[in-house]
Ligand binder design. Structure first.
Ligand code: URA
Length: 450
């Protein structure tokens, strides 16, 4: 990687001393770039043990990192592995990437990426699997039988050159130090520090080589960020990091109190993605996708305003080009094109149950986290790293916040196999609050950087 001019050259002339680094941070001091680089190196080569790193991470949670330290940590993560030089590999034009901090029913990548490729941008997207209660794009794509989630680098590049879009699972070669830090944060209650999250997210995006990065920062009960202030601070920090690495970063802060769209699961979400790309998806999902894709188009110089971008993107949906791009992507990555003639060949559950409303009234709220837990308990998520996900199970919402419903009207479809059906049914019923008061649904898009 070329070091941006704004970063000083590190002085590496000192001894490796993890205990000193922990003490230094515990006392509220800031690390130099050289210390952070040495600390990450020491973690990579085993000179700093897991228990020492855990102590340092906890000190960071209490004391914090300055913006400079956060930039240094990002740089150290980036430099711990390979950095994709997309232009050097022959990909011409602007490449965009999009990242979500994770939510329930969040299938935006699978709508936004084909839309942007249909608009003529390169989309080189590295995605993850589900994390905690949140779903993962790579798991969702595996609902397409034989979808190759790990193309070789040569195939990845060739596919972008040919059809403008390729999606791959995150590889261990990019920002591997973040992988080590992340695994330890997950089990030491040190995930939710803004600097640690920003360095983790941005290091992977920077290593993946895109020019334009659009971040969807989720806030609410079904997200890692629980307050708007936290989400805004994370957005600002990610933009600051991006600027220091010469990346154009735009951010959207979106609500994740209720699930996004109606479908939560894998096959269920793929079907909703297809509907959305054909122009008949749920409005909240379409609005957020148009906003994320629109920000990328403006930042890439293909539209002057978000309004113009939205008109262009809607045209790509209306004339079928956006859906065609999804088909091209799926077929290029190993799936038989006939899948689109009969979508029942996607993984299916053994039973589909309609869950009726126990009362009449107005839907006050739908708790995204509880719906996600219901899907997970039916086998649609992992509790251990190597669990195999049941891609056919899921939940489809048949009501929305603010809607009037009558007793026995269907609230949810439960796509289930035999596992934990009754428990999942109780969980989704527990997720919904029905009351008397009229409710105006809270806005989905809470802030944007454009
Ligand atoms: N997603 C990441 O990649 N890293 C974090 O720390 C949190 C969410």
């Amino acid at each position: 990687m070329t070091t941006p001019d704004t970063l000083p050259t590190p002085d590496t002339n000192f001894a490796i001393n993890p205990v000193l680094w922990i003490e230094h941070k515990k006392q509220g001091n800031a690390h130099s770039e050289a210390e952070i680089m040495a600390l990450v190196d020491a973690v990579m080569n085993g000179e700093m043990s897991d228990y020492q790193l855990a102590a340092w991470l906890m000190a960071v949670c209490f004391v914090g990192l300055t913006d400079d330290e956060t930039v240094f940590l990002t740089k150290a993560f980036v430099e711990s592995g390979q950095v994709l030089d997309l232009k050097g590999m022959g990909i011409e034009g602007i490449t965009v990437d999009k990242h979500s901090t994770g939510g329930v029913g969040d299938k935006t990548t699978l709508v936004v990426a084909p839309l942007l490729a249909a608009a003529g941008l390169n989309v080189a997207k590295l995605s993850g699997r589900g994390l905690g209660f949140t779903g993962g794009t790579i798991d969702k794509l595996e609902a397409f039988p034989y979808f190759n989630v790990q193309p070789t680098q040569a195939d990845f590049v060739k596919q972008i050159q040919e059809i403008g879009i390729a999606l791959s699972a995150q590889t261990a070669d990019l920002a591997p130090a973040d992988g080590l830090f992340y695994a330890l944060r997950d089990v030491t209650a040190t995930v939710d520090n803004l600097s640690l999250i920003a360095a983790s997210v941005m290091s992977k995006k920077i290593a993946a080589g895109a020019d334009v990065i659009v971040l969807d920062i989720k806030v609410g009960c079904g997200a890692f960020m629980k307050t708007l202030d936290e989400a805004k601070a994370l957005a600002t920090l990610c933009k600051t990091i991006g600027e220091r690495f010469d990346k154009r970063v735009e951010t959207v802060i979106s609500s994740m109190d209720a699930p996004l769209g109606n479908a939560i699961g894998h096959t269920t979400e793929i079907l909703e993605v297809i509907d959305t790309l054909k122009g008949s998806g749920p409005k909240d999902l379409e609005d957020l996708c148009l906003c994320l894709a629109g920000m990328a188009l403006v930042e890439a110089g293909q539209a002057t305003t978000l309004g113009h971008a939205t008109v262009a993107l809607k045209e790509l949906i209306g004339n079928g080009q956006a859906f065609d791009k999804l088909k091209q992507l799926v077929v290029a990555q190993g799936v038989d094109h006939e899948i689109f003639d009969d979508l029942h060949t996607l993984p299916q559950p053994s039973r589909l149950m309609m869950i009726p409303s126990p009362a009449s009234g107005i839907v006050q709220s739908i708790d995204a986290l509880k719906v996600a837990k219901a899907v997970k308990m039916m086998g649609g998520g992992r509790t251990k790293k190597d669990d195999v996900i049941n891609l056919g199970v899921g939940v489809v919402l048949r009501c929305e916040v603010g809607e009037s419903i009558t007793e026995n009207e269907t609230l949810f479809e439960l796509w289930s196999d035999k596992v934990n059906f009754e428990a999942a049914k109780s969980m989704v019923l527990d997720a919904i609050v029905i009351g008397e008061a009229s409710v105006t649904p809270a806005p989905l898009i809470l802030a944007t950087s454009l």
